[in-house]
Write a protein that binds this ligand. Structure first.
Ligand code: TYD
Length: 217
């Protein structure tokens, strides 16, 4: 049986990585082999591109160069890690994927939806995640979380609050364009509540999983 690609999307500081860990543990308990990964990155080559694209000054790359770097990293990631894992029956959970390119480079950096879709099609044809969870929350609250965690500030974290507000709207628009694939959850809630919302979305899409999970309890 083929595995699946589950992606987590949203602005900065929404708690995606914590939830990715929790979902992987949950699926493992139900006997499903999982693989946690992230973008940009996930393979040796894509992590090298990640360093290039996330560090340096704000104007280091033009929007289009940024998009192409993201897709170069994504292609390496899909060819070397994601597709082979799915073929082995593994459920892959990726912290960000192509919707981030649409939101950040397509909308917030102003390249436009058509340009990003054209690049996606040229690189991947119709390949897309099986299910995507969009972590939605007020960017002001989210940036406070980033600050309190004292994490390294990337080129994107350092953008203005307006940029992050635009991003939130962009992700909402992408979700409304893809209602069957993207499930929006309220990320401004406790860790447990966010986890429950995610499991609800996933078991609704894959009801057979609900039975497996109950047996695993
Ligand atoms: P990261 O520190 O992983 O951010 P987060 O914890 O919020 O996921 O940095 C990834 C950054 O790269 C993030 O700001 C979003 C950006 N990005 C793009 O601009 N386009 C893309 O296609 C991807 C995958 C990420």
């Amino acid at each position: 049986m083929h595995g699946k690609l589950i992606t987590f999307e949203g602005g900065e500081g929404a708690g995606k990585s914590t939830q990715a860990d929790r979902l992987a543990k949950f699926l493992n308990k139900a006997g499903i082999e999982t693989l946690l990964t992230r973008e940009p990155g996930g393979t040796f080559g894509a992590e090298a591109i990640r360093d290039l694209v996330l560090s340096g000054t704000q104007d280091r790359w033009s929007g289009l160069t940024e998009l192409l770097l993201m897709y170069a990293a994504r292609l390496d990631h899909v060819e070397k890690l994601i597709k082979p894992a799915i073929e082995r029956g593994v459920w892959v959970i990726s912290d960000r994927f192509a919707d981030s390119s649409m939101a950040y480079q397509g909308h917030a950096r102003g390249l436009g939806k058509e340009r990003v879709e054209a690049v996606h099609k040229a690189v991947f044809d119709d390949f897309e995640p099986d299910i995507t969870i969009l972590f939605d929350m007020d960017p002001v609250m989210a940036m406070k979380r980033v600050e309190t965690r004292g994490e390294k500030i990337s080129r994107f974290d350092a953008e203005s609050i307006e940029f992050h507000k635009e991003l939130r709207e962009a992700f909402k628009k992408i979700a409304s364009d893809n209602p069957d694939r993207i499930h929006t959850i309220n990320a401004d809630a406790s860790i447990e509540s966010v986890e429950t919302q995610i499991l609800f979305a996933i078991t609704q899409k894959y009801p057979e999983l609900a039975a497996q999970l109950t047996r695993a309890d």
